[in-house]
Design a protein around this ligand. Structure first.
Ligand code: ADP
Ligand code: MG
Length: 338
């Protein structure tokens, strides 16, 4: 007799969901990233009750072929990487093949998708169980609705914060995704109120204006620089426009929003004594690098990454900010008046 047995697929998916799907905002992130990987030009996000009612994402991307729809919900099923080499040159936001099975294991999911005009498919899956798969009329693209989140994992439900906090998290994720993809038109509606709309014309300053307001966007200056390994660009605020938190600094590497303390520090260092202690700028920093220089497979949600030559990148960033701030010579140094 043996005591060891393999976990059922549903149980294994629920365990994976524990890492990838912490809260409604994680679902929004994973689904929008899928839409972006599918080359969408337009992504509409419709949420009710801070994600505990419904999360619906409609895109105009590549869609999924009828024969692939059920496979897409299997663990480690992905169209994005195939052999071990690919792991070191990731160009897509997803690659672990975990999001759809994880979400479907803890919620009710209805997905309608079509890769071309006449072959749409609709799948309904709840708690990891496929309830139906059938042909459906659909426009090219994918329309997915997630409801009844955490219906079978009550501990997760209890761990969620207030509706306002969960909504703020969703908004925050959408803001960063929109900043990282100025060429995609985003809309975000919560309880029938439109909270964000971006034009999708590639103009980063217009995305910044949509998120932080036109007045703030006007007080942010463009910067850019490059060396043989990295190319950087973005917008950063004049020293008089600051916040008491670092969270208005977005660092985006190859169109992926990441958190990185050292690179954030490099931006702040670029201001030198122009920033008061405890004050932080509004900044959007876009970094382009060869994917071999970055390891994104460090964290299941890919928030943290490892970067080769990080010190060199820090210098490039601090230098670019310093240069652009030196040109703003009309701005008094905060220490000058002391
Ligand atoms: P991953 O994104 O890591 O590949 P997911 O579980 O998120 O894993 O998705 C599984 C697969 O389903 C993807 O590789 C992709 O082929 C397909 N897919 C998911 N969402 C979409 C979408 N919105 N449009 C087109 N294909 C999608
Ligand atoms: Mg994915």
């Amino acid at each position: 007799m043996s005591k060891i047995h393999e976990l059922s697929d549903v149980l294994a998916d629920q365990i994976a969901a524990g890492e990838v799907i912490e809260r409604p905002a994680s679902i929004v992130k994973e689904l929008v990233e899928n839409s972006l990987d599918a080359h969408s030009n337009r992504i509409d996000i419709i949420v009710t009750q801070s994600g505990l009612g419904q999360i619906r994402i409609i895109d105009d991307g590549d869609g999924i072929l009828p024969d692939d729809v059920e496979i897409a919900f299997k663990r480690h099923a992905t169209s994005k990487i195939a052999d071990p080499h690919d792991l070191f040159r990731i160009k897509t936001l997803g690659f672990r093949g975990e999001a759809l099975p994880s979400i479907a294991s803890v919620a009710d999911v209805v997905l309608t998708t079509a890769a071309d005009d006449d072959r749409g498919t609709m799948i309904h899956i709840k708690g990891g169980e496929i309830l139906s798969t059938k042909p459906a009329a659909a426009r090219p693209g994918t329309d997915i609705t997630v409801s009844d989140l955490f219906f079978n994992t009550p501990a997760r439900l209890k761990y969620l914060k207030s509706p306002q906090t969960e909504l703020a998290q969703i908004s925050d994720i959408i803001d960063r995704l929109a900043l990282a993809h100025a060429d995609v038109a985003f809309s975000f509606t919560h309880n029938e109120k439109e909270l964000l709309r971006t034009p999708g014309n590639g103009n980063l300053q217009q995305v910044i204006a949509a998120i932080y307001g036109i007045t703030n966007a006007r007080k942010m200056v463009p910067f850019s620089d490059e060396d043989p390994d990295f190319s950087i660009s973005g917008y950063t605020s004049f020293p008089e426009i600051t916040r008491s938190s670092r969270q208005y600094i977005s660092i985006i590497i190859n169109h992926r929003y990441i958190r990185n303390f050292q690179l954030t520090k490099a931006i702040i260092q670029g201001y030198g004594s122009k920033l008061m202690i405890g004050r932080y700028p509004l900044s959007v920093l876009l970094i382009e690098l060869d994917p071999v220089l970055i390891d994104v497979n460090v964290h299941p949600a890919k928030k943290e990454v490892r970067i080769s030559k990080e010190g060199q990148l820090q210098q490039l960033i601090a230098g670019a900010i310093r240069k652009v701030m030196a040109q703003q010579n009309l701005i008094p140094d905060v220490l000058e008046d002391m």
